[in-house]
Design a binder for this molecule. Sequence first.
Ligand SMILES: [Zn+2]
Length: 123
Amino acid sequence: MKINAISIDFIDGFNEAARSTYPDEFLCMTRQFDGVITEMLMLPGTVFGDEHSFLNTWMAPIDYSIAGSAHSHPGYCNMPSDADKDFFGNMGGVHLITCQPYDRSSWQAYDCHGEPIELEIVY
Ligand SMILES: [Zn+2]
């Protein structure tokens, strides 16, 4: 499944969750339908911490609609850390990082190698 778009409702909800989790990181998995990321998928076993979130992927259901992950940074940088890149590589898919001020322009999508990618926004 090629992921090429993201819904604006997802972006708004993701940033809202990031704001309410601040100063901790928010982390969830994402779901796509027809190549559009539309849904946050909260998993049991997700720990929020101020250093780095830990997502227990063993808790993930076997679900082929899973697109990747989405998480927030408490600062003003939405670049993936080395730990983020390891995680992206292990998981595959498309990953989103948002940062302060958690608005519609503060996020970036990355492929599983941590390289920035463009997603079309669906309104
Ligand atoms: Zn990160």
